[in-house]
Design a protein around this ligand. Structure first.
Ligand code: KIV
Ligand code: ZN
Length: 529
């Protein structure tokens, strides 16, 4: 039996629930903000991946977050859809409203329990924390049957107090109690002790599922999650590509493949359809703009690449010499198909599905149209080009484009003054405007024109240019971030001309800023209970 084949008795193993928080904790990754259309696309993909629970967002944090959770709750049929809430009435009511139409709704309430958080953040005594938590769970329970509670910063909470809180919230009706390592401080031994302690000292523990939620500040999130499973936890909270606050959360693909590949050690299984792992990882990376590092376990470009001659020789003799998993088991296509101008809609549709995009008819038509335009300009259209087309489309679906690029001309080079002339059209009034500027380079000059023409006052915070594929006709893709009136707006643009890609990315961020100026500021979600 190859190491990746599951033993026949695998179906009898206990199931570890996979709680995906890519759309909530993952979306809190610096630079990873997603619009509603993108979140819906990811949620659909997570359903195909067959995760058990999708944490769709933090409804109180902003009207956009609320709307995304509400819409996801409306389309997801097989997974539980959870909304996060602090233990306050307004948070819980808002979360309840957002998940109301889910087939399987869950409210995930949390309250910090560690001495550090009690003293500095909440300024509350232990008894008050217990009361707030219990009341929060009871209120959540009045809306939904499925209530999860998290004692935030549990791994730095005194064990007797953690035991008291966990007992109290189960008594109040929590059906899942999640133990977060909020700051990624724990180690596998330490986490094992916490979970074992809870199993030994919480009298009503069999009435709830014990879950873990580990952050990766010391690079131990996956190891700590797996240690908790060995100690009796039955739910793991994790994210695609390990996205999340700071250094991220436990990576879903690593947790799932560790449990599958080492079923002999963990003696459990998950419901995840592992063949959807790679498409989901690609989708999340494309839509967040956060690239997966080459040597990332399971989904990195090098994860199944064999460079050393001795390894290649071994692989030719038998794959199991150097591979503990089959790439096909995680959905990595056996060969990379390149499309071109003669490829039809059917081939494009197939390719899109392999890349994690299950588009409706209208969107497929729109992508096909763009694909044909690109295929006329470039001989070969690669996966990265197709992904860029789709992400642009989702971006446009969501964001009103007040300004549209009509024409641009730039000059630059050695010994000349860089200049740009930009012509924009206001899509609401139909008016076209033109301006010219000089700059440190043609890109800087084009940015100056765009700011003057749109009247937006922005500071460029981040700028990243990369080639989407190899080859001299590769498209350049620019991701950038602007600060406008204290808020951040991201933009992306692509073209075989990197100056044009830069100007388009800049304009897309400016358009987001124009649309964002009309929206209320997000609710502050720190410092309160
Ligand atoms: O890291 C954390 O503690 C959290 C909780 C809200 C579960 O994200
Ligand atoms: Zn977290």
């Amino acid at each position: 039996m190859s190491p990746t084949e599951q033993a026949p008795e695998a179906q009898e193993l206990p199931v570890i629930r996979i709680f995906d928080t890519t759309l909530r904790d993952g979306e809190q990754s610096p630079g990873a903000s997603l619009n509603t259309a993108e979140k819906l696309e990811i949620a659909r993909q997570l359903e195909m991946l067959n995760v058990d629970i999708i944490e769709a967002g933090f409804p109180i944090s902003s009207p956009d977050d609320f709307e995304a959770v509400r819409q996801i709750a409306g389309i997801i049929r097989h997974c539980t859809v959870a909304g996060l809430a602090r233990c306050t009435e307004k948070d819980i009511v808002r979360a309840a409203e957002a998940v109301r139409h889910a087939v399987k709704p869950r409210i995930h309430a949390f309250c910090a329990t560690s001495a550090i958080h009690r003293q500095y953040k909440l300024k509350r005594a232990m008894e008050e924390i217990v009361k707030i938590s219990v009341e929060g769970v009871k209120l959540a329970k009045s809306f939904v049957e499925d209530v999860e509670f998290s004692p935030e910063d549990a791994s730095r909470t005194e064990l007797p107090f953690l035991t008291e809180v966990v007992t109290a919230v189960i008594e109040a009706g929590a059906t899942t109690v999640n133990i977060p390592d909020t700051v990624g401080y724990s180690t596998p031994d330490h986490f094992t002790r916490i979970i074992e302690h809870l199993f030994a000292h919480v009298p009503n523990i069999e009435k709830a599922i014990i879950s873990v939620h580990c952050h990766n500040d010391l690079g131990l999130a996956v190891a700590n999650s797996l240690a908790a499973v060995k100690a009796g936890a039955r739910q793991i909270e994790c994210t695609i590509n390990g996205l999340g606050e700071r250094a991220g959360n436990a990576s879903l693909e690593e947790v799932v493949m560790a449990i599958k590949t080492r079923a002999d050690v963990f003696k459990c299984r998950t419901n995840v359809n592992t063949r959807r792992i790679y498409p989901t990882s690609r989708l999340v990376s494309t839509l967040t703009g956060l690239k997966v590092q080459r040597n990332k376990a399971i989904v990195g470009e090098n994860a199944f690449a064999h460079e050393a001659g001795i390894h290649q020789h071994g692989m030719l003799a038998h794959r199991s010499t150097y591979e503990i998993m089959n790439p096909e088991d995680v959905g990595i296509p056996a060969s990379k198909l390149v499309l071109g101008k003669h490829s039809g809609r059917h081939a494009l549709h197939d390719r899109l599905l392999q890349l994690g995009h299950d588009l409706d008819e209208d969107r497929l038509n729109a992508v096909f149209e763009q694909f044909k335009i690109l295929a006329d300009r470039k001989k070969e259209v690669h996966d990265e080009d197709i992904e860029a087309i789709v992400s642009e489309l989702l971006d446009e679906a969501e964001n009103q484009r007040t300004w549209e690029m009509v024409a641009m001309q730039t000059t630059g080079g050695t010994g000349v003054l860089p200049t740009a002339t930009v012509k924009l059209r206001n899509t609401q009034t139909g008016e076209t405007v033109t301006d010219a500027a000089t700059g440190d380079g043609p890109i800087d000059a084009a940015f100056t024109c765009i700011l003057r023409l749109t009247g937006v006052d922005a500071v460029l915070r981040e700028y990243d240019l990369r080639a989407l594929t190899g080859g001299r006709d590769a498209q350049g893709e620019v991701h950038l971030e602007l600060a406008v009136n204290g808020r951040s707006y991201r933009g992306r643009g692509r073209s075989t001309d990197v100056i044009e890609a830069s100007a388009l990315a800049f304009l897309s961020a400016v358009n987001r800023a124009v649309a964002g100026a009309a929206k209320p500021l997000p609710e502050a979600t720190n410092g309160d209970v």
